[in-house]
Design a protein around this ligand. Structure first.
Ligand SMILES: Nc1ncnc2c1ncn2[C@@H]1O[C@H](COP(=O)(O)OP(=O)(O)OP(=O)(O)O)[C@@H](O)[C@H]1O
Ligand SMILES: [Mg+2]
Length: 256
């Protein structure tokens, strides 16, 4: 059985101000197997965040179901860790307390919180920065804290919504390498939202290419490229060309 099953999911938002209904997702079905790294790729407004939020349990489908580990999702849970576009850290807490934040919510004593945070701080390469505050770190380092915080709960699934969107190209590439290492080490399953074709091909075992309004899955592509992935290789560019051909018709109609 697939770890995540999205079965005929539609989501319509009522726009009361304009008296119309926005269909963000239309009959989306998708399966994610354990240890997959699925990238949801599509243009702005195609419903990527809507879909991710429904897996996270922040939102519910208008019709259809989302299941994780065999249970239908209706609320957030510790089996799903979320990493947002902005790290959303507590600026008044040092790195280790941010990483262990969920444990504090569960009234775990400080020495245990400190100890359990350490493994994940090291996993994301922040050893030596345990007592720094978010304002003393770079954007990429803050994102690493957000990833460590999500990993600490040992979730089955990590959900990431354009987590590296604000980073420069070089830092982004470093973070990609780091994330692949973490994904392997933690044996987790990742669903990663992006609008970057290169980013999806650098990371995913699969890329789900979405179409704009109403959001649908245009194609689910298994990516059979060796790692580390070489964006200059012929094979990488063959995938890129194919994805562009799927996305281009929309770009043309949007420009018209
Ligand atoms: N809470 C909401 N109320 C009304 N409409 C919404 C709501 N959330 C999303 N939408 C609409 O649903 C559509 C999909 O939005 P969504 O945020 O999922 O897109 P996205 O693919 O994540 O875009 P981006 O790449 O810009 O983040 C958009 O047309 C948006 O206006
Ligand atoms: Mg979004």
């Amino acid at each position: 059985m697939a770890l995540i099953t999205i079965d005929s999911v539609s989501r319509a938002f009522e726009d009361t101000k304009r008296k119309q209904v926005v269909t963000a997702l239309d009959n989306v079905s998708l399966k994610v197997e354990r240890n997959d790294f699925l990238c949801l790729l599509g243009p702005s407004g195609c419903g990527k965040s809507t879909l991710l939020n429904m897996i996270a349990g922040f939102d519910n489908p208008s019709s259809g179901t989302v299941s994780v580990g065999g249970s239908i999702v209706s609320a957030p849970g510790a089996d799903r860790g979320v990493v947002f576009q902005q790290a959303n850290l507590m600026p008044w807490l040092p790195v280790w307390e941010n990483v262990a934040f969920h444990l504090k919510m569960r009234n775990v004593a400080k020495p245990e919180r400190r100890e359990r945070a350490q493994r994940f701080i090291e996993m994301v390469g922040l050893k030596g920065f345990e007592n720094h505050f978010p304002s003393e770190l770079s954007g990429g380092m803050n994102q690493r804290v957000g990833i460590a915080r999500a990993l600490l709960m040992n979730p089955e699934v990590i959900l990431m919504d354009e987590p590296f969107g604000a980073l420069d190209e070089q830092t982004k590439m470093d973070m990609h390498a780091e994330l692949i290492r973490i994904w392997r080490e933690s044996r987790s399953t990742i669903v990663f939202v992006t609008h970057g074709i290169d980013e999806s091909l650098a990371l995913g075992t699969h890329v789900a290419v979405m179409s704009a309004r109403p959001g649908r899955i245009r194609e689910l592509l298994p990516i059979e490229l060796d790692r580390p992935r070489d964006p200059t290789s012929t094979e990488f560019n063959d995938y890129k060309r194919h994805i562009l051909s799927l996305l281009r018709p929309e770009a043309v109609t949007e420009l018209a």
